[in-house]
Design a binder for this molecule. Structure first.
Ligand code: GLU
Length: 433
């Protein structure tokens, strides 16, 4: 874990920094500093051996001035209230930055889902959503969850089903990121990466570069990282290095063929596992494939044009920020750069394309899913992606306008300013401030 990991304080630091730049009224700032509601659940479920266990669950509803609360649910052993609060607040800003009519919320259960059987996972997921439904927390016009770390379309299906059983009628729009068969949207599975890739294209254009001019390193080869690698390769970027939780691989020259990376992962269980067992690595195979092993920490410090952070939060912090050599960072994960590290990178002129812009493609297509569910319509994939592109392009342009108005603002600060202005305008119109 990163030194001094304090997610909510991190959020407050960023919020106050941006509020200062626009001289936001203290009453408005105070509202944004405080979630509208915090729900704590005792999630009780049965293990396969009949034992009854209780794990802590949370749903934080940060702000709903612009629409129903929106944001994922994560299952993680380190998920706690402080983290969920921070992530809920980031969702309010994220939805505002891309200008979709939703507020911000987040859920979490402190559990290691890898230690649960499939049926235990189902019982726990249903129990979490049952409590939230019975307490009136979730609802299609109230609070609309989605997947986040270690939660999947299948889990969304269980949760929707539990909700509908209690309601006694269908309400697929209560949750997004569902399987296609149950009202999921085409394009949702890769939407986070697609949105991030549109932002990268906009950014490169703004600095006079083309995708084929650049090298990238990607930390994280889960859903977001692997789709992003494919898009980067297709556009001509050189994918120099990738990693997963077991470690990373760097290509000696040029970049990886992403199909190979999928093959490595499949055959070896992890990227590294394809070449090494414990500390013993197959040197011959590595040479043939032009591959070097590297740790996650080494990957972060590679001299590439763009470092893509697609793993967990807090991975770039004050102890390693000075060692970053990439020219720019794109945040596909939530909160991967701490506020302290952000300030250090800013001083060194390393641009950070922040999570609340760069990974907003996921929630944007979630919003499309919600619209489709409420209207009973089914959109074609090309239509989803063309609408997503327009939204991401607009958000980037809006950010550039803010940067023109506040020339000292970093991308993160500009995104906070944009989100904050939109939310406080909505609060003002409602007479809340
Ligand atoms: N968990 C994703 C995020 O952090 C998606 C949220 C959603 O689709 O509502 O943006």
């Amino acid at each position: 874990m990163a030194p001094n990991k304090k997610p909510y304080q991190n959020f407050l630091d960023n919020l106050r920094h941006a509020a200062k730049a626009i001289s936001l009224a203290p009453s408005a700032l105070e509202k944004l500093e405080t979630p509208e509601a915090i729900h704590e659940f005792q999630v009780a479920f049965e293990r396969d051996n009949g034992e009854r266990v209780i794990v802590p669950g949370y749903r934080v509803q940060h702000n709903s001035a612009r629409g129903p609360y929106k944001g994922g649910i994560r299952f993680h052993p380190e998920a706690d209230l402080d983290e969920v609060k921070a992530l809920a607040a980031l969702m309010s800003l994220k939805c505002a930055v891309v200008n979709i009519p939703m507020g911000g919320g987040k859920g979490g259960v402190t559990v290691n889902p890898k230690e649960l059987s499939h049926s235990e996972l189902e019982r726990m997921s249903r129990a979490y959503f049952r409590i939230g439904t019975e307490k009136g927390v979730f609802g299609v016009n109230r609070d609309v969850p989605a997947p986040d770390v270690y939660t999947t379309p299948e889990i969304m299906a269980w949760m929707m089903d539990e909700h509908e059983k209690i309601l006694g009628y269908k309400s697929p729009g209560v949750i997004t990121g569902k399987p296609l068969e149950l009202g999921g949207s085409l394009g949702r599975s890769y939407a986070t990466s697609q949105g991030g890739f549109y932002i990268l294209q906009n950014y490169l254009q703004s600095i006079g570069k083309k995708p084929s001019d650049i090298t990238v390193a990607i930390q994280g080869f889960g859903n977001a990282g692997s789709y992003f690698a494919e898009m980067a390769q297709e556009a001509g970027c050189k994918v120099r290095a990738v990693s997963d939780s077991q470690g990373g691989l760097m290509h000696h020259e040029g970049g990886f063929a992403v199909e190979k990376l999928h093959k490595y992962k499949q055959e070896g269980g992890s990227l590294r596992g394809n070449f090494c067992e414990g500390d013993t690595c197959d040197i011959k195979k590595m040479e043939e494939e032009k591959v070097t092993m590297l740790s996650n920490e080494e990957l972060l410090q590679l001299d590439v044009d763009v470092l893509v952070l697609a793993a967990l939060d807090g991975v770039v912090h004050r102890e390693n920020a000075e060692k970053i050599q990439a020219k720019a960072i794109l945040e596909l994960a939530n909160g991967p750069v701490t506020a302290e590290a952000d300030a250090m990178l800013e001083k060194r002129n390393i641009d950070v394309l922040p999570d609340i812009l760069a990974n907003a493609g996921g929630v944007t297509v979630s919003y499309f899913e919600w619209v489709q569910n409420r209207s009973g319509d089914v959109w074609e994939e090309e239509y989803v992606n063309s609408k997503l592109k327009k939204i991401m392009d607009h958000a980037f342009d809006d950010l550039i306008q803010i940067k023109r108005k506040y020339p000292n603002a970093s991308y993160r600060q500009a995104a906070f300013i944009l989100g904050m202005e939109r939310i406080t305008n909505a609060m003002g119109l409602r007479g809340q401030i």
